[in-house]
Design a protein around this ligand. Structure first.
Ligand code: SF4
Length: 183
């Protein structure tokens, strides 16, 4: 199995989810949000193909990371490929965040996307909307987007946003890997 990526794995990110993370930049996005920060990742024929087995080995060998983040592009357009990577991350003790332009409510209705969702800890959902842009949000670019606790949302049958990421940033809490960390 192969996945289309926009770049090689990027480790040590502190802006793509909680903690220190390795980002997997997938290639291909259908949403076309105006002023998207990553337009080069939209083309479904762009980027390059990589073997899932190669990426699994890279995930196995990660050091000093709290988790992986599936981003892009939209990882939900390659759900089964991303599922394999999410499973591997969990196997080696890493948590999984995923960004998507789809809404949680749409993802759960799609069989393949739902399969990936079941292997995701935190979903940041929704398109980037320029008229709701804010630089003071946690791990998202516009106010309509939600940082969702997937397990709790599935248990409760409705979206549960992680409370500490709903508001605007308190800069002294920007990064604190101490007690109170979500995962
Ligand atoms: S979903 Fe993300 S990658 Fe896709 S167009 Fe919107 S902002 Fe860009």
């Amino acid at each position: 199995m192969q996945i289309r990526l926009a770049s090689t794995l990027q480790s040590d990110s502190i802006v793509d989810g909680e903690g220190i993370r390795t980002v997997i930049w997938t290639q291909g996005c259908p949403h076309n949000c105006p002023f998207c920060h990553n337009p080069s990742t939209h083309d479904f024929q762009g980027g390059f193909l990589e073997d899932i087995d190669v990426l699994k080995k890279q995930i196995d060998n990660l050091k000093g990371q709290d988790g992986i983040t599936l981003s892009g592009g939209d990882p939900m357009v390659q759900p089964l490929e991303c599922l394999e990577l999410a499973k591997e991350a969990h196997k080696v003790g890493l948590n999984v965040w995923c960004y998507t332009g789809y809404l949680f409510e749409d993802v759960i209705k799609n069989k393949k996307m739902r399969a990936l969702l079941d292997e995701v800890d935190v979903l940041v959902d929704g398109k980037f909307l320029i008229d709701q842009l804010s630089l003071d949000l946690y791990y998202k670019g516009s106010k309509n987007q939600r940082v969702i606790d997937v397990k709790k949302s599935l248990e409760e049958g409705s979206v549960y946003e992680i409370p500490k990421y709903k508001g605007t940033k308190i800069f002294k809490q920007l990064y604190k890997k101490e007690e109170g960390m979500f995962i």
